[in-house]
Design a binder for this molecule. Structure first.
Ligand code: FAD
Ligand code: AMP
Length: 478
């Protein structure tokens, strides 16, 4: 292992490992420092996303959705299931197996690309030196022409509700319970809170989400957020807005949660408490003063549009910098930075960033919401198509939700796409591509969509933005 590299990447989450692979592809001698220890105390690549984030949460969301369908939904299809048994430990081990296969896969990709994994915690010193402290406390120093910091984020902890065993947990802890709790309280009705709340609700827990804000999913298009709130409430998620948690206390095998709402001070007794109040950039021990890298006022590493810090040759990407905390955002920044270091042109189109909430129905969106367009004074038209009018959704027995497309009245360009419904995450892909290619509604109208597919709902919503949908009555004809 050499001591000098073209690039040293700190962190092997979806931002860092992708950056490292792209650097190696472009012929650079690359090392990646990663300190993660998995629950068996073994070093692992993949970061939050693969170990305790995107992948394990989706593994449990898939399994619990199927369980819920088998118990509550199959009867409608003419399938009688009796004696359905739930094996939570098996569900959790399946999730663990997926995680270890995928994190092992990254290790394989590192080997295949000739990337050195420096196991331990990296610290950026002066003059692009990096010190790596291994898990036994041993230190070694390396130098690099370029450094990419991708140290990610960690859950925000509330001092008023300290984590305690498996009773008061963060998102990682809520992926590990071996049995179904009777009653669960989730602090925060954001994306992570809703996904984890859904997992345990589907398995039979009573789930209450306490959200300090007075609006539900404020970043989501208003019509879609309203539909989501109504649907999740019908599923039994008790979503309480304007409810600020003020403390928690573990008493025996119960947790007493204190909170304030419009009626004053309240208390609730639950079996488990999930703290899902957001994530913060992780820079602990990453930078020394001598490195000279500046943070912004929110504690994120300050970067320009090319993800370069104030120190030339030191870049930062992913959750540790501004922008949405999303795996694909970090990965795209990783590719961009690698290509820029290699002297190529590269950029990230932050305006076309897909977002997904993997509940059932899924919620997915890209571009502007109707509220944002109104606030910006844009002359737009909205087109919607309900899944209730989709033949494929009917055949699936999954007709809730709608697609909404927003169109610029003057240029005919797509300004935003919003979906709540079956496979919304996959459906959104075509709108993301359309927006990336600067497509017009006319382009979409000419694109043939296979019948019967859910994607026809996207086609029809786009047509409806122009008053020419076929399978619903249009409000306005051309
Ligand atoms: P991370 O994945 O956090 O990786 C950073 C890595 O850096 C870690 O492995 C850490 O050990 C390492 N590190 C830190 N400091 C050092 C150091 N000094 N030396 C060496 N290594 C260091 N996003 C989505 O897009 N889709 C989803 O469905 C989704 N679901 C999620 C579900 C949950 C429950 C959670 C918690 C998050 C989810 N996210 C999702 C968010 C996603 O996980 C993050 O946006 C993503 O992991 C950020 O990638 P990153 O590479 O910037 O950081
Ligand atoms: P997100 O950042 O999307 O993961 O969502 C976290 C949510 O937690 C936000 O909507 C916050 O308003 C909410 N939140 C933060 N602190 C509290 C608190 N003490 N009580 C209730 N909700 C909170």
């Amino acid at each position: 292992m050499t001591d000098h590299y073209d690039v040293i990447v700190l962190g092997a989450g979806p931002a860092g490992y992708v950056a490292a692979i792209r650097c190696a592809q472009l012929g650079m001698k690359t090392a990646c420092v990663e300190k993660w220890l998995n629950k068996n105390n073994k070093p692992a690549l993949g970061g939050t996303c693969l170990n305790v984030g995107c992948i394990p949460s989706k593994a449990l969301l898939e399994a619990t959705e199927l369980y819920h369908e088998a118990v509550h939904g199959f009867d409608d299809l003419g399938i009688t299931c009796t004696d359905i048994k739930l094996d939570v430990p098996k569900m959790i081990s399946r999730k663990d197996k997926i995680v270890s296969e995928l994190t092992g896969g990254i290790e394989g990709l590192f080997k295949a690309n000739g990337i050195d994994w420096l196991v331990g915690a990296g610290t950026v010193l002066a003059d692009k030196n990096v010190s790596v402290t291994d898990h036994d406390g041993g230190k070694k120093q390396y130098t690099a022409k370029n450094i990419i910091i991708a140290t990610g984020s960690v859950p925000i902890e509330l001092p008023i509700t300290p984590l305690q065993g498996d009773a008061v947990v963060d998102s990682s802890g809520a992926l590990e319970w071996q049995s179904v709790p009777g009653k669960v309280c989730v602090i925060g009705a954001g994306i992570i809170g809703l996904e984890l709340g859904s997992v345990w609700r589907r398995l039979g827990s009573e789930v209450v989400l306490l959200e300090a804000m007075d609006s539900f999913l404020p970043m989501v298009d208003g019509q879609i957020a309203k539909d989501a709130q109504r649907t999740f409430t019908k599923q039994g998620l008790d979503i309480q807005l304007s409810a600020r948690v003020t403390g928690s206390e573990v008493k025996g095998n119960k947790v007493i949660v204190s909170y304030q709402n419009s009626d004053g001070e309240q208390q609730m007794e639950v079996d488990k408490l999930i703290v899902a109040v957001g994530r913060r950039a992780y820079v602990h021990g990453v930078l020394t003063d001598e490195a000279g890298v500046e943070l912004d006022e929110r504690g994120l590493i300050h970067v320009n549009d090319s993800c370069e810090t104030n120190v030339p040759g030191i870049y930062a990407i992913g959750d540790v910098v501004r922008g949405p905390m999303l795996a694909h955002k970090g990965s795209e920044e990783g590719v961009m930075v690698a290509e820029l270091i290699a002297g190529e042109h590269s950029s990230v189109n932050y305006d076309v960033m897909p977002n997904v909430i993997y509940t059932h129905p899924e919620v997915a969106w890209v571009g502007k919401t109707e509220e944002e367009l109104k606030a910006d004074g844009v002359d737009y038209q909205a087109g919607t198509f309900p899944f209730a009018a989709s033949g494929r959704a009917k055949a699936k027995g999954d007709t809730g939700g709608l697609v909404k497309i927003l169109r610029d009245k003057n240029t005919d360009r797509m300004l935003g796409a919003h979906v709540i419904g079956p496979s919304a995450s996959e459906l959104l892909g075509q709108s993301v591509l359309a927006m990336e290619f600067d497509a017009t509604i006319e382009d979409i109208a000419h694109t043939i969509h296979a019948h019967p597919t859910l994607s026809e709902a996207m086609h029809e919503a786009a047509l409806s933005a122009d008053g020419r949908a076929i399978h619903i009555a249009n409000r306005k004809r051309r």
